[in-house]
Design a protein around this ligand. Structure first.
Ligand code: TYM
Length: 333
């Protein structure tokens, strides 16, 4: 059976280096390996936290532009916006009836995002992982490439698929496999090697955005937190120094080499030299992506056409799957 890949990102803010190295870069490799790929911009997820409704449409386009600029080819992969495929929310309702509250309560991302005042968090935020399960199961995806932080949500999607199959005595849903690629799967903040790089972190200095210009990239790496020691000379030493490990990992993934090779080249040198080399490398890799994104955002007609065609292709898969689910569940039609 050929692999069917499904993955998505939220249009909550600009994409950053973590999104690129942890997800998008792998999406492109999978596409170029010949798998059938569907990549969504999940706008229904983005409204589970406070958002600017006057900007949502543009934010959605920007994520789609980043996919294409990063190497997703709309003639090979299906690129779509979640809200233009209504089957996502329809399936979510059905799956919600077989998802235990206790499991949702254990989701660490909900706990992080809801913060101390859980009572005031919305039902949308709480049930978000059920919508994510629907995103995946609706396409009978065999594999889902994501960063480490989505592992728990994916595990829940697998459980929901198995619950459905068991409850309705039907080997219907494909139980999806995660693809979490070691090195870039957890890119950390440039200000704190123990916190992940995130769109929502307050300081913009903590992340490299795909929209950053070369000057910003150089400045952010120069100011990135490090300890007072030189660049580690062994993996063991690197592993005990989170900030050093993060920068070495970023370098290795961008250069498509191993952390060992980076240590062989830079070990023992000062961080000033290493950070300059890292900035050069990052600018080299990211500048063409940023340029292409800007071009695509300059003429949104092309983007909108790609997304409209993508929605049609996505629905061709999604609609019969939902139809079959409702038949299995016994609905009148
Ligand atoms: P989102 O939009 O937060 O992130 C998009 C992708 O980027 C990865 N990622 C990272 N990888 C490495 N290091 C980091 N610091 C880092 N930060 C983010 C994420 O793991 C993700 O792969 N719930 C999802 C979106 C979603 C989805 C889906 C994903 C909705 N439905 C169905 C896959 C399949 C999310 O919020 O990702």
């Amino acid at each position: 059976m050929t692999k069917r890949i499904l993955s998505c990102m939220q249009p909550t803010a600009h994409l950053h280096l973590g999104n690129y190295l942890g997800a998008l870069k792998n999406w492109v490799d999978l596409q170029n390996d010949g798998a059938q790929c569907l990549y969504g911009v999940v706008d229904l997820h983005a409204i589970t936290v406070a958002y600017d409704h006057t900007h949502l449409k543009q934010a959605t386009r920007e994520i789609a532009a980043a996919y294409i600029a990063g190497g997703v080819d709309p003639s090979k992969s299906t690129l779509f916006v979640q809200s233009s495929v209504p089957e996502h929310s329809q399936l979510m309702w059905l799956l919600g009836t077989m998802t235990q509250l206790g499991k949702l309560e254990r989701m660490t991302q909900f706990k992080d995002k809801a913060g101390k005042d859980k009572e005031r968090a919305s039902m949308g935020l709480f049930s978000y992982p059920v919508l994510m399960a629907a995103d995946i199961l609706l396409y009978q995806a065999t594999h889902v490439p994501v960063g480490e932080d989505q592992k728990q949500h994916l595990e829940l999607a697998r459980e929901i698929a198995s619950t459905f199959n068991h409850r309705y005595d039907a080997e219907f849903f494909t139980v999806p496999e995660p693809i979490i690629k070691g090195e870039g799967a957890r890119v950390m903040s440039l200000r704190d090697g123990n916190a992940k790089m995130s769109k929502s972190a307050e300081s913009d200095m903590s992340r490299i955005n795909l929209t950053d210009d070369p000057d910003a990239i150089v400045k952010k790496f120069r100011k990135a937190k490090t300890d007072s020691e030189p660049v580690p000379e062994s993996i063991e030493n690197m592993n005990s120094r989170p900030e050093a490990k993060n920068l070495i990992t970023i370098y290795a993934v961008l250069a498509e080499t191993s952390p060992e090779a980076v240590i062989n080249e830079f070990g023992g040198q000062g961080f000033g030299t290493f950070k300059a080399a890292l900035s050069d490398l990052a600018v080299d890799k990211l500048a063409p992506i940023t340029k292409r994104m800007n071009e695509l955002m300059g003429d949104t007609d092309e983007l909108d056409n790609i997304l409209a065609a993508g929605a049609r292709s996505a629905r061709e898969i999604a609609s019969p799957v939902l139809d079959e689910v409702t038949t299995i569940m016994g609905f009148w039609k």
